[in-house]
Design a binder for this molecule. Structure first.
Ligand code: ASP
Ligand code: MG
Length: 469
């Protein structure tokens, strides 16, 4: 198997964690697998870099930041490879040079006070360029040859700084040319997550949390057998455990379930992350580096076909339910179009829409913070319809939440909606709006925010999700 393993910030957060990550990579290699590692920055480092950039852009460059970053990373090098003077010297030299570049960028910024997205990427991408040499050295210390690779030489992206998108064909060519010969030689290459470069070679970042995306991009480029995301939780759960104590780790989910869950706020996996792997049907495994014997969650095409119905329950809070109503809306075309044009113009994201077939009422949910602007703009844009009485009211109900039941095999299975409403009825939870996409992978219900936790628990129980599948 060719496995691309990505380690998150907490999985490389200290010398001990990096040594452990190295062990996990080497163990897989000893079992006969080819392994490519992708690493995040050490935990907290990217935030420090971003803060330093922001400070510098106001004219305040504090050279102490460089010193602190150097001390933290050098201490790791001392612990990991202090006993191999040559390796140690090479790593410390790399750290020094990269932080020198970082300091120069910040110093320049403190003079010109202009923090462009391009410059922010150049600065914030430093963390991965410090972590990769350390993890690579730790792998060498365990007796496997390893070299660090800057993804600026491997992942080619658009010039959308701060949220660059990979260019698949170019990335494929570059990544394969460098990484495949390395794994053929039995090496374990360590690639910086989070960053890439434009075709002209200018450093870009893939967005905060983007190292998972890097893992999936590299996995796709190499036609990896699997992509493993090492993080600090056991996997994707049936619900948020702080809300539902009896929540369980799901052993297998499909890409579309993962996407639904990511959309509805499950923080383990970002939707974008899955795409490159998904396009090539490469399974993605979520694993806990703090509990490596746990099998984690496997994300694949079919998920787990043996599990029917609802697999997970999730919620999004701090929303406003906007309702446009009036008996005069019936059969008048264009009101819906106008309303959503306004929402789009205001840059507000619509999370859920529902309209009764009587057409007397349309409602949708947006983030609470967008609501005052959107409602004001709706009043202006629909003034004529309001005066003519086609619309009677435009109303926003704040402090609502969406609770969603998710599962591929809800499709065509009768009785699921009945279970949802039965559970809510039994708990006395009032349902404000409902929506089910025709994909039938998700039933979403709007409830008052104060009912959200009880609603999630009620559904979790009603579908028996606490029981092992
Ligand atoms: N280091 C980057 C961040 O903190 C990328 C990542 O960790 O995935 O956003
Ligand atoms: Mg991180």
């Amino acid at each position: 198997m060719l496995i691309v393993m990505k380690f998150g910030g907490t999985s490389v957060g200290s010398a001990e964690r990096i040594a452990h990550a190295a062990k996990l990579a080497v163990d897989s290699a000893e079992q006969g697998h080819q392994v490519v590692v992708v690493t995040s920055a050490m935990s907290g480092v990217t935030n420090t870099l971003v803060d330093a950039a922001r400070e510098a852009s106001t004219g305040n460059w504090d050279p102490q930041v460089r010193q602190q970053l150097f001390d933290r990373h050098k201490a790791v090098a001392d612990t990991l490879v202090g006993g191999s003077p040559q390796l140690h010297a090479a790593v410390v030299d790399t750290l020094w040079r990269r932080l020198d570049r970082f300091e120069k960028l910040c110093f320049g910024l403190s003079l010109v006070h202009d923090l462009t997205p391009r410059l922010l990427d150049a600065i914030s991408g430093t963390g991965e360029m410090l972590a990769a040499p350390l993890l690579s050295a730790a792998i060498n210390a365990r007796g496997r040859v390893s070299h660090p690779h800057d993804a600026t030489d491997l992942i080619v992206t658009t010039d959308h700084f701060g949220a660059a998108e990979p260019l698949a064909a170019e990335t494929r060519a570059k990544a394969r040319a460098v990484l495949l010969p390395a794994v053929e030689r039995g090496e374990i290459p360590v690639v910086t997550g989070f960053i890439g470069a434009t075709p002209d070679g200018v450093l870009t970042t893939l967005g905060r949390g983007g190292s998972d995306y890097s893992g999936s991009i590299i996995g796709a480029a190499l036609d990896a057998t699997e992509v493993w995301i090492w993080t600090d939780v056991d996997g994707v759960m049936t619900a948020n455990p702080s809300e539902v104590p009896e929540a369980r780790t799901l052993s297998e989910i499909s890409y579309s379930e993962a996407a639904e869950l990511a959309y509805y706020g499950a923080k383990v996996l970002h939707y974008k992350t899955i795409l490159p792997a998904f396009r090539q049907r490469i399974p993605v495994r979520i694993l806990n580096s703090f509990n490596p014997s746990h099998p984690g969650t496997r994300v694949s095409v079919d998920g787990d076909p043996s599990v029917g119905g609802v697999k997970a329950v999730t919620s999004i809070r701090k929303l406003t339910l906007v309702t446009i109503s009036g008996t005069g809306m019936q059969g008048i075309p264009g009101i819906v179009a106008k309303a959503f044009e306004v929402v789009a113009d205001e840059g507000a994201n619509v999370l859920m829409i529902s309209q009764a077939s009587s057409e007397n009422n349309i409602c949708f949910t947006i983030n609470e913070s967008d609501a005052p602007r959107v409602i004001k703009a709706l009043h202006t844009a629909l003034e004529m319809e309001l005066t003519r009485g086609h619309i009677e009211e435009i109303d926003g109900e704040a402090s609502v939440a969406i609770v969603a039941a998710i599962g591929d095999r809800m499709r065509g299975k009768p009785g699921i909606a009945a279970t949802v409403f039965g559970a809510f009825g039994a708990e006395g939870i009032n349902v404000m709006a409902i929506s089910q996409g025709s994909s039938e992978r998700n039933i979403s219900v709007v409830v008052a925010e104060r009912d959200a936790a009880a609603a999630v628990r009620a559904l979790h129980r009603a579908f028996g999700l606490e029981k092992a599948s």
